[in-house]
Design a protein around this ligand. Structure first.
Ligand code: ADP
Ligand code: MG
Length: 753
C-alpha cells in the first residue's frame, strides 16, 4: 500500500491518466506489450509506474524500469515519483550515464535509454525487471528505437521461459504506426490506449511576417507586449521557446532588465492593475497583438500530434551569437510590472530546473524561457501564453564525411502544435507563433527519427556484441540507410572490432558479406566500454607502457562535450565584458601551461585536456577552481565520474592490470607521450589530415589548410588549439565541426614515417 499525502492525492486525481488506470492495468495483464498515448502533462510518466507498483509488479524479485531519452527527465521524474509515493529515493531511484542513486532496495528505476541498452549487454533477458516502460517514444531517439526492437524479441523469450515480462511504450504523439503497424517489430499489433486529454482550446496567432534572423528580438517584443497587455492581476505564465542556451540567457537578461523584480519586495498589485487599466484605455496599443500582426486561427484540438525535436543535451551545444538590440522604449526598466524570469534547458543545474515547478513569488508573473525540453519532457504549471520561435537546434552529420554541425532549422508541425498545447493546460490559452501561417504550412509534418540522421557505428558494434550479425535484418521501428550501415561496418573492420569480410568475385555476395561481419574478441572488449568505438579502441590498447590512466583521462575528456567554458559569449554590460576579457586571458595562459613542453606539445589539444583534468583533480575538482580557470564545472564533474566508470570497465575486462583513479596523477613521461600519440592514432586513424604544402596553395583559401581523405575543401586548426601556431604536417583530429569555417576539434600531431 502506498501512503500518499492528501495534497498529492488531490493533485493526482486531476490527471486524465488516473481515469484510465483500470483500462491500462487490464490491458497490461492481458497483453505482453501495450502502447499508451496521451497528451503531455496527462500524467503518464509520473503515474503509470505507480499503477504498476500498486498492482504488485515490483513486489516479487523483479522491479519496474522506465527509460527516458533525456537525463533531465530521468532525474527529475524519479524525484517526483518518490515524493508522490512518499518513498525514499533508495526505493524510487535513477541511473544516468555516469551517476545514480540505485540501491538494492530499488523498486522503480528511472534511467536513460542508453543505460538500459548497456544492461541488455550484460543480461539479454533483463531478469531484474518485471516490467519495462519505454517513455517518450515519440522522441524517436536512437536508443529508444533500438530498445523497442530488442524488447520486441526479449518479451516473448521471457514468456516462453516462464519468466513473464511486460513492455509498455508511452508516447505523446498519436502517430504510433511505426511501432504498431510494423509486422517485423510486433507480429500481433499491441493494443493502443489513448488517454483523453483535458486540454483547453488554444488560439493560435501567426505573425504576418517571418523574421529571418532576429527571432530572439522578436520574441522579446512579443513577450513584452503580452506582459503589458494581459491582465497582470491573474499572473498567468508565459513560456517562450528558443533554440539554445545562449539565446535563452540573452532573452532572460533583456526581460529581467525590462521588468525588474526585486526579491523580498512584494510588487504593488494595485499599481499593476492601474497600469493595466490605463493601457486598456489607450485603444491604440491593445488590439495590436491580435489584429495587426496576426491572423487568428482556432487550434485544431483533435490534431495534437507531435514529435519533439530529437536530441539530448547535445542539441543545445555551440551557440550562435546574438547581439542585443539597441535599447528602445521597451527596454526601459519598468519595476511596476515585475516578471519572474527563469531559464530552462538541459544543461542547467537540477536545482535551477526545479524552480519552474514552484509558484512564482507573489505579485509576479512567471516567464520561462526554454529550449525544446519544455515541449514534452517537462510540464510547467500555470502557462497561458506560449511564444514560439518555430525553430529548433539540431546536430547534422554529413553522410559522407561525418562532419557535424549544429544548425537552427524550422521545427515540424507536430512539434509546433505540441508547443502551442503547453498554453492550454489549465485554462484556454494563446500561442504566438513568430512566423506566418504560410511558413508553418511548409514545415514537415513530423521530425525524422534520429537513427536516420546520424552515424551508427556505436549501435552496430553493440548489436554485434549481442550476436545480431545481420544488423540489416534487425526490427528497427525505422531503419538506418544501407549506406550508413555499410559505413559503420567498414569503420569497425578498420578498428579491428569486426572480421574483414571474405573477398569474393560476386558483387552481390560482397555486399551481403560487408553487412554481416562477425565480431572479434577485440570488438567484444570494445563493446564493453561505455564510449564510442574509436575511443573504446584506445582504451583497449591503453595497457602499453602504463599508459592506461592517461588514456582513460583523455578519453573521458574527449567524450564529454566541451570542457572549456564559453567565454566568447556576449556580455550583458561593461563590467561583465571586462571580466570576460580577463578570464579569457587567464584561460589562454592556462591552456599554454596544460599543453606542456617538449614532446608533450605534439599531443596538442589532447595534452591540454589531460593537463586540465589533472590540474582540476589535483585541486579537488572544486567549482572555484573551474570558475577561475575557465573550465566548465559540470563537464569536469562528469569527467571525474566517467574516469571512475571507465576504470572499472577496464578492470572488469582485464583484472590483471589493476588500474585505479589517481587524484594526484603526474604528467606522462616523454616516452609515454609517444605511446599515447600512437594509441590515439589507432582510434582516429581515418581522421588523418595533412597540411597543404606551399606549392599546392593555388587558391588563397587553402592557406594553413589541411587536406583530409574525404573532403574536397580544406579544414582548419582552430585559433584556440594548442597546435594553431605549430601547424604540424600530419595530424589526427577528433571531429570536424562546421562553424564559421570547417574546424577540427581535438587535434594531435602525428610523426611522418
Ligand atoms: P506526462 O508524462 O503525461 O507528460 P507527467 O506525469 O510528466 O505527464 O506530469 C503530470 C503532472 O505532474 C503535470 O501536471 C506536471 O506539472 C506535474 N509534475 C511533474 N513533475 C513535477 C515536479 N517535479 N513538481 C511538481 N509537479 C510536477
Ligand atoms: Mg512524460
Amino acid at each position: 500500500p502506498v501512503d500518499r499525502l492528501p495534497e498529492i492525492q488531490d493533485a493526482r486525481l486531476k490527471l486524465p491518466v488516473l481515469a484510465e488506470e483500470q483500462v491500462i492495468m487490464e490491458a497490461v495483464r492481458e497483453n505482453p506489450c501495450v502502447v499508451i498515448c496521451g497528451e503531455t502533462g496527462s500524467g503518464k510518466t509520473t503515474q503509470v509506474p505507480q499503477f504498476l507498483y500498486e498492482a504488485g509488479y515490483a513486489s516479487g524479485s523483479g522491479i519496474i524500469g522506465i527509460t527516458e531519452p533525456r537525463r533531465v527527465a530521468a532525474v527529475s521524474m524519479s524525484h517526483r515519483v518518490a515524493k508522490e509515493m512518499n518513498l525514499s529515493t533508495r526505493v524510487v531511484s535513477y541511473q544516468i550515464r555516469y551517476e545514480g542513486n540505485v540501491t538494492n532496495e530499488t523498486k522503480i528505476k528511472f534511467m536513460t535509454d542508453g543505460v538500459l541498452l548497456k544492461e541488455i549487454q550484460k543480461d539479454f533477458l533483463l531478469q531484474r525487471y518485471s516490467v519495462i516502460i519505454i517513455d517518450e517514444a515519440h522522441e524517436r531517439s536512437v536508443y529508444t528505437d533500438i530498445l523497442i526492437g530488442l524488447l520486441s524479441r526479449i518479451v516473448p523469450l521471457r514468456n516462453k521461459k516462464g519468466m513473464p515480462m511486460k513492455l509498455l511504450v508511452m508516447s505523446a504523439t498519436l502517430r504510433v504506426e511505426d511501432f504498431t503497424d510494423n509486422q517485423k517489430l510486433f507480429r500481433i499489433p499491441p493494443p493502443v490506449i489513448k488517454v483523453d486529454a483535458r486540454q483547453f482550446p488554444v488560439t493560435i496567432h501567426f505573425n504576418k511576417r517571418t523574421p529571418l534572423e532576429d527571432y530572439t528580438g522578436e520574441a522579446f517584443h512579443k513577450t513584452c507586449k503580452i506582459h503589458r497587455m494581459a491582465n497582470p492581476a491573474t499572473h498567468r505564465g508565459i513560456l517562450v521557446f528558443l533554440t539554445g542556451q545562449a539565446e535563452v540567457h540573452s532573452l532572460c537578461r533583456r526581460l529581467r532588465k525590462a521588468f525588474p523584480f526585486r526579491k523580498n519586495e512584494e510588487a504593488d498589485t494595485s499599481e499593476a492593475m492601474r497600469k493595466f487599466k490605463k493601457a486598456k484605455q489607450k485603444k491604440t496599443s491593445l488590439p495590436r497583438i491580435d489584429l495587426d500582426n496576426y491572423s487568428a486561427l482556432p487550434v485544431d484540438e483533435g490534431d495534437e500530434d507531435r514529435e519533439a525535436g530529437i536530441g539530448d543535451e547535445e542539441d543545445e551545444g555551440s551557440d550562435v551569437d546574438i547581439g542585443d538590440d539597441p535599447s528602445n522604449e521597451e527596454e526601459k526598466a519598468d519595476p511596476s510590472l515585475p516578471l519572474y524570469v527563469l531559464p530552462l534547458y538541459s544543461l542547467l543545474a537540477p536545482e535551477q530546473q526545479a524552480k519552474v515547478f514552484r509558484p512564482p513569488p507573489p505579485g509576479t508573473r512567471l516567464c520561462v524561457v526554454a529550449t525544446n525540453v519544455a515541449e514534452t519532457s517537462l510540464t510547467i504549471p500555470g502557462i497561458k501564453y506560449v511564444v514560439d520561435c518555430g525553430r529548433v537546434k539540431k546536430r547534422f552529420y554529413d553522410r559522407v564525411t561525418g562532419v557535424s554541425s549544429f544548425k537552427v532549422t524550422w521545427t515540424s508541425q507536430a512539434s509546433a502544435n505540441q508547443r502551442a498545447g503547453r498554453a492550454g493546460r489549465t485554462e484556454p490559452g494563446h500561442c504566438y507563433r513568430l512566423y506566418s501561417s504560410a511558413v508553418f504550412g511548409d514545415f514537415s509534418l513530423f521530425s525524422e527519427a534520429e537513427i536516420t540522421r546520424r552515424p551508427v557505428e556505436d549501435l552496430v558494434l553493440q548489436m554485434k556484441d549481442l550476436n545480431i550479425e545481420k544488423v540489416v535484418n534487425f526490427p528497427f521501428p525505422t531503419s538506418p540507410s544501407a549506406e550508413a550501415l555499410v559505413a559503420a561496418e567498414q569503420l569497425l573492420v578498420s578498428l579491428g572490432a569486426l572480421k574483414e569480410p571474405p573477398r569474393t568475385g560476386r558483387v552481390k555476395e560482397m555486399e551481403r558479406a560487408r553487412l554481416s561481419c562477425p565480431i572479434t574478441p577485440l570488438g567484444r572488449a570494445m563493446a564493453s566500454f561505455p564510449v564510442a568505438p574509436r575511443y573504446a579502441k584506445m582504451l583497449a590498447l591503453g595497457r602499453q607502457q602504463d599508459c592506461l590512466p592517461y588514456v582513460i583521462a583523455v578519453v573521458a575528456a574527449m567524450t564529454v562535450r566541451e570542457i572549456f567554458e564559453d567565454l566568447d559569449r556576449p556580455a550583458g554590460n561593461e563590467d561583465e565584458s571586462s571580466k570576460l576579457t580577463q578570464r579569457r586571458a587567464r584561460l589562454t595562459q592556462m591552456r599554454r601551461l596544460w599543453a606542456g613542453q617538449g614532446a608533450s606539445l605534439l599531443l596538442g589539444d589532447l595534452m591540454v585536456m589531460l593537463g586540465a583534468v589533472g590540474a582540476c583533480e589535483f585541486a579537488g575538482c572544486t567549482p572555484k577552481f573551474c570558475e577561475e580557470n575557465g573550465l566548465r564545472y559540470k563537464a569536469m564533474v562528469e569527467i571525474r565520474r566517467l574516469r571512475g566508470q571507465l576504470t572499472n570497465a577496464v578492470n572488469a575486462v582485464c583484472p590483471e592490470v589493476g588500474v585505479f583513479v589517481d587524484p594526484k596523477m603526474t604528467p606522462p613521461t616523454e616516452h609515454q607521450v609517444v605511446c599515447l600519440r600512437q594509441i590515439v592514432l589507432t582510434g582516429l586513424g581515418d581522421h588523418l589530415a595533412r597540411r597543404v604544402q606551399a606549392e599546392d596553395i593555388l587558391d588563397p583559401k587553402w592557406k594553413n589548410g589541411y587536406k583530409t581523405a574525404l573532403m574536397d575543401d580544406p579544414v582548419f586548426i582552430h585559433p584556440t588549439s594548442a597546435l594553431f601556431k605549430t601547424l604540424p604536417e600530419f595530424i589526427v583530429y577528433q571531429e570536424i565541426m562546421e562553424t564559421t569555417k570547417m574546424y577540427m576539434r581535438g587535434v594531435s600531431a602525428v610523426e611522418a614515417e
